[in-house]
Design a protein around this ligand. Structure first.
Ligand SMILES: Nc1ncnc2c1ncn2[C@@H]1O[C@H](COP(=O)(O)OP(=O)(O)OP(=O)(O)O)[C@@H](O)[C@H]1O
Length: 613
């Protein structure tokens, strides 16, 4: 059992015994009982009773729950999001007054001594296990960066790139990405939605199979939904006939499935450093959603002489589990020699250059509307003035800036209400006539996204609010009002993977009529997946969802409800991820101060990756 799992089981019991500083911080909601329990346990095992040291240990566990691999002692967030979703500034608590003195006490503790459960380095505190994973990832990536690069037939590569990128300029970044991913053991294809990452992966497969028709390629993604979409997209990509034949139909799987689950443990896999994966190339999509732990397991399982291509959007929210390896790698200094060198790139007909560590950024958006692309750029650049200017001026962006979301019926949301109600009517109308494709399409037109789960700005409250609007409208569906469970038009969100049914956490669908019965339908390329509703496991509604939950999906219009500026969840990555879920239109509801606070707060996750030398 891991320390954190232990704590989850035993948390309440141990918390009841907590006293002193830990009790004060737990009572106020800064720490969860499970954080305190882990700290107490470490203290007991390491015979440490310095309350400030134990507070740091508990805060390091709290940081993990919030996605940070380590705790920065100098910048611990004192505003807390409480269980009921309200914000509490805890600056009045007895926080250690001087971070340097706090660090000195930690440095003197047995807990941070070699072999101890904590690691202290340059003002950062880790649970040892995560520091080891970070070191492993760093070491594996460094070993791959310094190794002799893979053998490549440069003439063949150039010819394949010319064929697959006919008409593209020699400095085209998609072409460069294919070249770099072929010429290095590790490469990163980074880009926002619609920048052609999937298109580039399809062409990369053609390039690699052109170099070696028998090479074994694994396509993987952190979620089943992303894997299914990737496999479909790559298999459907229009390529020159010979290339298409060489690529064939490609299956993608989850990273967990690729590595092979083990019955005895959820944190280890069948493939590891001792039993490597057989593949010559491993391509991972949606890498921003891969945690540090999973990345460590994946990298150790890949053969030294196999290519790894990490694809994703480093500006998006990091995974719910701790670690943001894609973001870390994109901003890390060069881990080995700068490769490919300019002569090699010239030999294969590329005039652009990759960033350090084989990172190629695709920055031309082929899908999203230009207003949204400009807004996303301003958010990424941290330019609050420009973000506000875009929001107020661009025709496809709507900024609803003076609404008090804490009111029961906030004024100023008439357009949102109209959009939600007419969308639900459209879904229901299509569902009643059994038109699955149209119902699914209508259901993906608009999404209401929240940063918080609970409280006045949270998903639970806004999902209920939408229900109230629909009830008041009365025109959506009589069955819904009559309490029928599987009423035609009922939107569905799958919350756990079911490999037998082919349903994945995050899949969205809708109930539609089939004669006198109803079926649940889920989007799957041209032909929707149809299932009897009774077979469905855990599903909820989609009236409102967290920005995290929407990661990996796009909708025509997105409305994002921002919490107040002091919310610790309000970050640049959150706002960027939310607005880039939209293809055509974005509505931001929140104060200008909240927008600025989000744009100004870029780093939501701490990691020590950049500190490796
Ligand atoms: N070089 C290009 N020229 C013209 N159209 C392109 C090019 N690259 C991609 N596209 C088109 O842009 C759209 C988005 O491409 P793609 O799906 O590959 O982007 P993506 O980055 O994978 O997006 P997402 O992150 O949303 O999955 C597709 O319709 C694709 O055909």
């Amino acid at each position: 059992m891991t320390t954190v799992e232990f704590a989850a089981e035993e948390g309440v019991r141990f918390a009841a015994r907590a006293s002193g500083l830990l009790a004060t911080f737990t009572t106020r909601g800064v720490l969860a009982p499970s954080d305190t329990a882990v700290a107490r346990r470490l203290g007991r095992l390491g015979r440490e009773d310095d309350e400030e040291v134990l507070l740091a240990a508990a805060l390091a566990v709290r940081a993990l729950r919030a996605g940070s691999v380590c705790l920065g002692l100098a910048d611990v967030d004192r505003v807390v999001l409480t269980e009921d979703g309200t914000l509490d500034d805890t600056s009045d608590l007895p926080w250690p007054a001087d971070p340097a003195a706090w660090e000195a006490r930690l440095a003197a503790s047995r807990l941070t001594a070699p072999g101890g459960p904590l690691r202290l380095d340059d003002g950062l505190l880790w649970l040892d296990r995560y520091r080891r994973q970070e070191d492993e990832v760093h070491a594996d990536l460094t070993a791959r960066a310094v190794a002799t690069p893979p053998p490549v037939d440069h003439d063949r590569l150039r010819a394949a790139l010319d064929r697959l990128f006919a008409g593209a300029a020699p400095d085209d970044h998609q072409r460069l990405a294919c070249a770099v991913a072929t010429l290095r053991w590790t490469a990163v294809i980074a880009g926002g939605p619609g920048t052609g990452k999937t298109t580039t992966v399809s062409r990369l497969l053609a390039v690699l199979r052109d170099q070696d028709p028998t090479c074994r390629i694994a396509l993987a993604a952190p979620t089943g939904k992303a894997a299914a979409r990737l496999g479909e997209a790559v298999s459907a990509e229009a390529l020159p006939a010979d290339d298409r034949a060489r690529v064939g139909t490609v299956e993608a799987s989850t990273i967990h499935r690729l590595l092979g689950s083990r019955a005895d443990t959820s944190s280890r896999f069948k493939h590891d450093r001792h039993r490597r994966l057989p593949h010559d190339v491993v391509i991972v999509d949606e890498t921003s959603m891969v945690s540090l732990t999973l990345m460590a397991r994946l990298l150790e399982a890949v053969r030294d002489d196999a290519r790894v291509v990490l694809v994703g959007d480093p500006d998006q929210l990091a995974p719910v589990e701790a670690g943001a390896v894609l973001g870390d790698l994109v901003s890390a200094p060069e881990l080995g020699p700068a490769r490919p060198d300019p002569e090699t790139l010239a030999a294969v007909g590329c005039t652009a250059r990759p960033d350090p560590n084989g990172v190629v950024r695709l920055d031309r958006n082929y899908r999203n509307n230009a207003d949204i692309a400009a807004l996303a750029r301003a958010i990424r650049a941290g330019d609050g003035d420009e973000v506000l200017r875009c929001l107020r001026a661009a025709p496809s962006l709507d900024f609803v800036e003076s609404v008090d979301l804490t009111e029961r019926e906030p004024a100023g949301l008439a357009a949102l209400r109209e959009e939600v109600v007419s969308g639900a009517r459209e879904v229901a109308a299509a569902a009643r006539t059994g038109d699955a494709s149209r119902a699914l399409f209508a259901g993906e037109e608009h999404r209401l996204l929240c940063a918080h789960r609970r409280g006045p700005y949270g998903v639970a409250r806004w999902a209920a609010q939408v229900d109230r609007w629909l009830d008041e409208d009365g025109g959506v569906d009589a069955d819904r009002e009559a309490g029928v469970v599987w009423w035609p038009g009922r939107p569905l969100l799958v919350t756990e993977n079911d490999y037998d049914l082919g349903l994945y956490n995050g899949d969205t669908g809708v109930v539609v009529a089939r004669g006198a019965r109803t079926v649940a339908v889920f989007g799957r390329g041209d032909v929707p997946l149809e299932l009897p509703p009774a077979l469905l496991g855990d599903v909820t509604g989609v009236n409102a969802m967290t920005v995290h939950r929407a990661q990996g999906s796009q909708y025509s219009t997105v409305t994002v409800l921002l919490p107040p500026p002091e919310s610790p969840l309000l970050t640049r990555e959150l706002l960027y991820t939310a607005v880039t879920r939209a293809r055509d239109r974005v509505r931001v509801v929140g104060s200008p101060e909240a927008v600025r606070a989000a744009v100004d707060r870029p780093i939501s996750r701490a990691s020590g990756f950049a500190r490796h030398r």
